[in-house]
Structure formats: C-alpha cells, structure tokens
Design a protein around this ligand. Structure first.
Ligand SMILES: *Cc1c(COP(=O)(O)O)cnc(C)c1O
Length: 380
C-alpha cells in the first residue's frame, strides 16, 4: 500500500525546535514567556497591527472568552452559523445561553445575511434580541462581511468572527480575524499553522486583552494572596507551544501560497467534469487561504456521488471527508431554532473536502489526480 495522503497534516518550517529550546534554556516552561510575546506580536502584525492578540490553549477557549467579553449570560440567545464545526457553538452552551442557527449562502458557504436578519427580527419581535453573532470563515473563505458587519451594526449586536480556519485570508484586503468585535484563531494540528493545540483571541482594545488574560489565568485579583471576585479559566497558551507558533509564523505566507496552488491544481483536475464544482472566491474582494479545497458533486442521476468518491480515495489510502454536518441537524443541537433553507444541508450531502496540506507533494497530487480521473472515467 502506498503511503497515506492526509487532508491537512502539520508542516513545520524549521525554526520551531530552536524556539522551544529557547523556552527550555531560559526555563520559561510556563504559560508566560518570550515565545508567547513574540508569537502574539507577529500575529498582531499579520492582522495589520490594528488589533490585540491573546494566545490561548485553543480556538474553542477563544470563542468562550469572546462570548464572556461580549456579555453573553445565562438565558441569552446567540446566533451562530449552522454550517460549521461543533466548537463554534459549544461555548454558547458553556455560558448557559441558547444558540439560534442560521444557514449559509451558496457562494461563500458562510452565513446568509438574509437569514441572519430574519433571525434577528424574529428574536427582537419575541422580546429576546440576540446578544451576539458568531460568523465563520469556513475552509478559509471569508464570509460576506460587507453585509454581515452592516447587519451587526444596524442592530447593535456584538459580532464574533470564528476565523479558526482563515488565518492568512482577507476580504477587501482586510485580514480575516479582524471583522468582528472579537476574532478567533486556531492552531490545532490540522489548521493552516499549528502549535499542536492552541488558539488566539483577537480584540480591539488593550483593556479587552487585559480582561481576556485575567480570565484565562484563573481571574486572580490584585492581592498578595490568591483573591478572586470572578470565575476564571485556565486557558492561557504554554510558552513551549508558543515556540512552535513563532516558528510557524515565519512560513505562514509561503504555506498559504502552497494551499492556493493546491486549489488551482484541483480546479484544473475538475475543469472537464461538469458535475463537480470546486469552491472558488466569488469575486476579487475575497482572498482565501484555501485551507481546504472542497468540491460539490451535483449529478442528478447519482452515478457519481460524494460517498463513492470518498471510498475510492480511501481504497487508495487518500483521506477525504464530507463537508461539515450542519449543527441544526446534529443530535445535540436539534432542538434549537434554525433559520434557512437547504443550502448547508445540500452542501453536507454532496460535498467533499480534499487533501489540501501545504506539504502535499507533486507525487501526492499525481496519485490523487489518477484516482479522481479513474473514478470519473477519464484517462489519467
Ligand atoms: C478548529 C476549529 C475550531 C476550534 O478550534 P480548536 O483550536 O480546535 O479548539 C472552531 N471553529 C472552527 C470553524 C474550527 O475549524
């Protein structure tokens, strides 16, 4: 059997071990230290220098702290894109709040502005105005921020941008992660850069950053003994892992270009297969890191379908995965309100994520192309 081709595996730049060694040499084996400061600084710079960044133990922790900073409390309702990973919505429940799910639009796969506004109007009419909106940049594709930001401003509702998959993407040349009142990044093992596990909160003010660090480090009041007047969390990033992040930042731009080249490769592979649509940037306002390249197979006769292609790739030791199952269809979230039509459901039924790592070799691509061509009865 040929070696496994993964969808998105860690890809080191080279300097990571050096920065980890620095943490050991200086004995900052702690959730404090120079690696964290440097990693935060370079993230801040990549995001345009206008925002503050707080490194945390995960992207999920960043969503949780965003909700707390946005003032979300027990009984509040929070609007969340339905077409996403469960981690986008789980923290709503950690806060004892209620999720309201909103469908996606066809061209970005992200939150539909139309159904977002419908959900807000409905909430307001019921005397339960949503407290926050969680919009996602799936697979690296920016959401339709012109409309989403305008709606959040019009109704004065805090916007949280889950950019866990979108570091290096931008919309109208503004970096993803900076569109909301709070932004979320993830450095999990499969993301565009990784610290093995980790994440970051992006915010607008130094005061928000200080508050986030306070909450992420057990909410210790200013006293010589341990004194607490709020509930805290243990969410700060380790200085050892921040060393990996520091190294990864040096190759972020290069790795984005590799992933974009993968997307161009797939566009080429599928150009003569009329039943397959590769997700593309809708227009020049969108710049996607193409974290994952995704396709939708739309064959009325069902001769060609997502599941059969996935199986065929798997038989050849190539990993692929269906697109996200919409959260409003997940057993754990089924009972909550949902606004939309069938866009995300259709994407889930017909869509597939393809191997998209920045470390995909020419040989890997050759193998993938051969399997795809053979599945669609084309010559390799
Ligand atoms: C990965 C991911 C998260 C969670 O990030 P972790 O760092 O794994 O906690 C949240 N939302 C989306 C869209 C993700 O892809």
């Amino acid at each position: 059997m040929e070696s496994k081709i993964w969808m998105s595996s860690p890809h080191m730049g080279g300097k990571e071990l050096e920065y980890i060694k620095e943490a050991f040499d200086t004995n900052w084996i702690a959730p404090v230290g120079n690696n964290i400061n440097q990693f935060e600084n370079s993230l801040k710079e990549t995001l345009g220098g206008t925002h503050e960044v707080v490194c945390l133990s995960s992207g999920t922790a960043a969503i949780h702290l965003s909700l707390i900073l946005a003032g979300v409390k027990r009984g509040d309702s929070v609007i969340c894109q339905s077409f996403t990973f469960a981690a986008s919505a789980n923290p709503i429940l950690y806060q004892g709040a209620t999720p309201v799910f909103v469908d996606s639009e066809d061209d970005t796969y992200n939150m539909s502005p139309k159904f977002l506004e419908k959900a807000i109007k409905d909430g307001v009419a019921k005397g339960n105005k949503p407290k926050a909106i969680i919009v996602v940049d799936l697979y690296g594709m920016p959401a339709n921020f012109e409309k989403i930001v305008a709606i959040s401003k019009k109704y004065k509702i805090k916007l949280i941008e889950d950019a866990a998959e979108a570091l290096g993407s931008s919309y109208k040349e503004k970096p993803c992660g900076t569109f909301g009142d709070y932004g979320v990044l993830s450095f999990n093992g499969n993301k565009i850069i990784t610290t093995s596990s980790g994440g970051a909160l992006v915010c607008k003010t130094k005061a928000d950053k200080e508050r986030a660090i306070f909450l992420a480090t057990q909410a210790k009041d200013n006293a010589v003994h341990y004194q607490h007047s709020s509930i805290g969390y243990n969410y700060r990033m380790s200085n050892v892992l921040a060393g990996i992040g520091r190294g990864q930042m040096e190759i972020l731009k290069k790795h984005v270009l590799f992933r974009r080249a993968n997307n161009a490769f797939y566009k080429d592979v599928f150009q003569h297969i009329s039943t397959v649509k590769v997700l593309q940037e809708p227009n020049h306002n969108f710049y996607s890191n193409h974290w994952l390249t995704t396709i939708v197979i739309d064959d009325e006769t069902n001769t060609f379908n997502r599941e059969a292609l996935r199986q065929k790739l798997l038989d050849n030791n190539i990993e692929s995965r269906p697109l996200w199952k919409p959260l409003h269809l997940q057993p754990v979230f089924q009972s909550y309100l949902y606004y939309g039509n069938q866009v995300s459901t259709t994407l889930f039924t017909k869509g597939l994520c393809l191997p998209s790592g920045s470390n995909l070799s020419e040989l890997d691509k050759h193998r993938i192309k051969k399997v795809i061509n053979s599945y669609f009865n084309l010559d390799a």
